[in-house]
Write a protein that binds this ligand. Structure first.
Ligand code: ACO
Length: 331
C-alpha cells in the first residue's frame, strides 16, 4: 500500500526595503493626488528597493526569517521555487542565485513566471512534490522589484507598485498533524496576455535604442480591462475549491487575496459573501508587490497572531498571463 503524504506550511518570512514612498511623494513625481490613489486603490505607501538591491537580495532576507520560523537548517531544504517577473537576470534563475547565497546545492531550483499568481502556482507545485514523497522541505518565494521596471512618467501604473518578498517553507506534515494543504485550483487565460506585459527585452523584441526611447522595457497595463476579470477569476478559483471540498464560505477563518486594488478585494469578499472581518488586507502599507503580496500578508497575519494553528485559510490571486488560482489549507 502506498503511503499518503501531506504538505503543510511550517514557516513564513517577509522582507521589504527600508525606503518608503508615500502618495504625497508621488504627487511630486507625476500628475496624481493622495486622494485619487487612496480612493481608487486603497494604497497609501509602498517600499522601494535601493539602487543596489535586486530580487535575490530581498528573497534572501525573507528566506532567513522563514527558515528560522520553520526551525530547519539551510541544508534541510530540498527544492527552491521562486515566483517572480523581475528576476536579477533574464537567466540564470533567481532560485539558483538564492541557492548560492544560502550556501546549499544539489537539488532542483527554478523560477516560475505567473505574474501576481506566482506564489500560488509555486505552492501548488510544492504540494505535488511533497505529496508524492519526493521532497520534504520546499522553499517557495514570491518576490518582486517592479519599481525598477516601471515607467515613472505613467501615472496609470507607477503609483500602483511596491517592492517586497515573502518566503514560505512547505514541509511534509506529520501523520497526526492537522496542518495541511487541502486543495488548490490554478488557471490561465492567454487570450488576454497583452493586457499586462513588459513588451521589450525578450526574443520578440530585443533591446534596441528605439525600444529604450519608447519605454517598452517598462510595465504596460490596461488596468480597467483587468479589473472585472480579476474579480471573476478569483471568485471562480475560490468557488471551485469550496465546492470540491463541500465547504461553506462560513467555515473559512481567513481569506487573503492578491493586494492589487482595495475595490477588487472588497468586491470579491462581497461576491463570496464572506464576513469582512475575515478578509486580511495590508495594501495601504505595501501597495501591489505582485507575487509577494500573498506571502507577505500571510507572514504578517501569522506573526501578529491573527492566523493561528488549525485555522482554515483560503488564498486567491490573479495576474499577468492572465493567470489565476486559489489555495485552501489548514494552518
Ligand atoms: N492619478 C490621477 N488620475 C489617474 C491616475 C493617477 N495615478 N491614474 C489614472 N488616472 C485617471 C485616468 O487618466 C482616467 O482619467 P480620464 O477619465 O480623464 O481618462 C481616470 O483616472 C480613470 O482611469 P481608469 O484607468 O479608468 O481608473 P480605474 O478606476 O480603472 O483605476 C486601476 C485604475 C487602479 C489601475 C484599476 O483599473 C485597477 O486596479 N485595475 C486592476 C489592476 C490589476 O489588478 N492588475 C493585475 C495585477 S498586477 C500584476 O500582475 C503585476
Amino acid at each position: 500500500m502506498s503511503i499518503k503524504y501531506y504538505a503543510k506550511i511550517s514557516g513564513t518570512g517577509m522582507y521589504v526595503p527600508d525606503k518608503v514612498l508615500t502618495n504625497f511623494d508621488l504627487e511630486k513625481i507625476v500628475d496624481t493626488t493622495d486622494e485619487w490613489i487612496r480612493t481608487r486603490t486603497g494604497m497609501s505607501e509602498r517600499h522601494i528597493a535601493s539602487k543596489d538591491q535586486a530580487v535575490s537580495d530581498l528573497a534572501y532576507e525573507a528566506t532567513l526569517k522563514a527558515i528560522e520560523a520553520a526551525r530547519i537548517r539551510n541544508k534541510d531544504i530540498d527544492m527552491i521555487i521562486v515566483a517572480t517577473v523581475s528576476s536579477d537576470h533574464a537567466f540564470p534563475s533567481t532560485a539558483c542565485i538564492l541557492q548560492q547565497k544560502l550556501g546549499i546545492r544539489g537539488f532542483p531550483a527554478f523560477d516560475i513566471s505567473a505574474g501576481c499568481t506566482g506564489w500560488i502556482y509555486a505552492a501548488n507545485i510544492a504540494k505535488q512534490y511533497i505529496e508524492a514523497g519526493i521532497a520534504k522541505n520546499i522553499l517557495i518565494i514570491g518576490v518582486e522589484v517592479l519599481t525598477k521596471i516601471i515607467n515613472w512618467k505613467d501615472r496609470g501604473t507607477c503609483v500602483l507598485f511596491g517592492d517586497g518578498a515573502g518566503a514560505t517553507i512547505i514541509s511534509r506534515a506529520g501523520e497526526r498533524d492537522i496542518s495541511r494543504f487541502i486543495d488548490s485550483e490554478l488557471s490561465a487565460d492567454g487570450t488576454h496576455y497583452d493586457l499586462l506585459i513588459q513588451k521589450a527585452g525578450g526574443s520578440r523584441m530585443p533591446a534596441t535604442k528605439e525600444t529604450l526611447e519608447e519605454n517598452l522595457h517598462t510595465i504596460y497595463m490596461e488596468g480597467n480591462k483587468i479589473f472585472k476579470n480579476a474579480i471573476r477569476s478569483m471568485y471562480s478559483a475560490c468557488d471551485i475549491v469550496l465546492k470540491r471540498n463541500n465547504l461553506d464560505v462560513h467555515s473559512i477563518d481567513w481569506l487573503i487575496t492578491h493586494q492589487a486594488n482595495m475595490r477588487i478585494i472588497q468586491a470579491l469578499g462581497k461576491k463570496l459573501k464572506i464576513d469582512n472581518k475575515k478578509v486580511i488586507v495590508n495594501i495601504e502599507k505595501y501597495a501591489n508587490t505582485s507575487a509577494a503580496t500573498i506571502p507577505i500578508a500571510l507572514d504578517e497575519a501569522v506573526r501578529n497572531g491573527k492566523i493561528r494553528h488549525g485555522d482554515l485559510v483560503l488564498l486567491a490571486s490573479f495576474g499577468a498571463g492572465l493567470t489565476s488560482g486559489s489555495l485552501l489549507f489548514r494552518m
